[in-house]
Ligand binder design. Structure first.
Ligand SMILES: Cc1cc2nc3c(=O)[nH]c(=O)nc-3n(C[C@H](O)[C@H](O)[C@H](O)COP(=O)(O)OP(=O)(O)OC[C@H]3O[C@@H](n4cnc5c(N)ncnc54)[C@H](O)[C@@H]3O)c2cc1C
Length: 429
């Protein structure tokens, strides 16, 4: 059956907008609007230079695994984006980086990669309790979820009610998820238990961590291949229905009309651009909370553990009275090209300022968090998007009932493509 080619606008070129543009562009004419001068998924990337050597660094560095992120991995494969395993072994320290209380490294075994204690120095009563609780969680949390025992519970409520040790809860789960979800401990505590369990029990702990081999820009380039027109430096101000079409007004006064508009900006930004006839969606979007944080790229080794043997590719530092940990990724361990170069780090939430001369770049990000109320709102938004004759669509990592990650962004774009009868060229997971 011949499909009628429609004019579709996608507003926002983070991974959600880019995925939507790639999928919808296979059958329709897609125009992408982005307020930054480059596609948003790579808008904060920077170039590291050392003599004649240059390397593009992804900011933030986005990693994934091959079991929770099945649609992302299939999408990358369909586009020919190569992926590579990276070493995301971790060390957790407190007390100004003086004491490392827990650490693991990955041991590769064919396609799998298993976390094991990172050396005898990390085996102590605390780390044994953490390992025991991790095993217990992996054995029982999925079962509890299946039996409905986690329904309506926050992750904090579930863990405390099941008497997990406070060291497992406060010194591993909270800091790890504060980093994974880019948010405060207060926000992690409010995450619905089911979401964290689905993530951890997906088998991810045994599949290692991966990244796009040639960085985000290779993926962006390929995601743009079905896009008819890309407008950068194009800030959309308002979206409204007009004579059976959807009108987009840019801040600079330009106006355009489309058959459909996919709004792939953050929920709190989408609310500002929609008109009164989208008030039902607007009410739901307002329920998504956001938190801001900073990422610094620098070369200051003082932000990771002092002893060489305690250092890992990912280094967490917890300090009392702080509302989130500091997490420093040692980029030389992630980028093969940086292996023998000067130390380079990407630190999320710097609890201490890196030495000024070593700072290469600073970026600020706003990220959605999830609580029981926002999860319910997202489920309702997904129902709303199933109504017939929709022309305005909401797309983003925030828009699926899970942790807002690359996978949920791709899933969200897939959902809209399916509503518009566009075939997904991989088995849908
Ligand atoms: C520090 C950090 C680390 C992360 N690490 C990981 C990780 O390792 N793995 C993982 O899976 N996820 C990670 N994430 C999360 C992941 O990056 C996000 O979930 C994902 O990028 C969100 O994509 P999105 O397309 O939904 O939104 P966004 O990336 O926010 O895209 C929205 C786009 O809309 C544009 N826009 C906004 N307003 C307008 C307007 N008025 N007009 C035109 N354009 C507009 C914005 O400029 C932006 O480009 C991380 C996030 C952060 C902050």
């Amino acid at each position: 059956m011949m499909t009628v080619k429609k004019k579709i606008a996608v507003v926002g070129s983070g991974i959600a907008g880019l995925s939507a543009a790639w999928l919808l562009g296979r059958q329709h004419e897609v125009t992408l609007f982005e307020r930054h001068e480059n596609p948003g998924m790579g808008a904060f990337n920077l170039t590291y230079k050392e003599g004649d050597f240059e390397e593009r660094i992804d900011v933030p560095l986005r990693a994934f695994n091959t079991c929770y992120y099945q649609n992302l991995v299939a999408f990358y494969k369909a586009m020919g984006v190569e992926i590579q395993r990276t070493d995301h072994s971790a060390a957790y320290s407190s007390n100004d980086n003086r004491s490392v209380y827990f650490g693991y490294r990955y041991v590769e075994f064919g396609k799998r990669a298993f976390p094991v204690f990172a050396g005898l120095s990390k085996i102590n009563p605390k780390s044994v309790r953490i390992a025991r609780d991790t095993g217990r969680f992996l054995l029982f949390a999925k079962r509890d979820r299946r039996k409905g025992l986690t329904d309506g519970l926050t992750i904090e409520h579930y863990l405390r009610a099941n008497q997990y040790s406070s060291v497992f809860i406060e010194e591993v789960i909270f800091p790890s998820f504060a980093a994974i979800c880019t948010c405060s401990y207060a926000a992690v505590k409010q995450y619905p238990a089911e979401i964290i369990i689905d993530f951890l029990a997906s088998g991810m702990l045994f599949n290692g961590i991966w990244r796009a081999k040639r960085g985000a820009e290779d993926a962006i380039h390929k995601m743009l291949e079905n896009c008819h027109t890309l407008h950068c430096n194009a800030e959309v101000e308002s979206i409204s229905k007009h004579n059976g079409k959807v009108k987009i007004s840019e801040r600079n006064g330009n106006e355009h009309e489309f058959d459909h508009v996919v709004i792939a900006v953050q929920a709190n930004q989408a609310v500002k651009m929609i008109s009164a006839d989208e008030s039902a969606a607007g009410k739901l979007l307002k329920k998504i909370p956001y938190e801001r944080s900073e990422v610094v790229v620098h070369g200051d080794t003082d932000l990771i553990p002092r002893a060489e043997r305690d250092r890992a590719p990912v280094n967490f530092l917890l300090e009392s009275h702080q509302d989130k940990p500091m997490a420093s990724i040692w980029l030389n361990k992630i980028y093969p090209s940086l292996e023998n170069r000067s130390p380079l780090f990407q630190t999320w939430n710097p609890l201490r300022e890196p030495e000024e001369g070593t700072v290469l770049g600073r970026s600020h990000f706003e990220r959605p968090t999830v609580n029981l109320e926002s999860l319910a709102a997202i489920k309702s938004l997904n129902q709303l998007q199933k109504q017939n004759n929709r022309q305005v669509w909401y797309c983003g990592s925030y828009a699926m009932p899970g942790i807002p990650l690359l996978e949920s962004a791709v899933q969200s774009a897939m959902g809209i493509a399916q509503q518009l009868d566009v075939e997904i060229p991989w088995p849908v997971n």
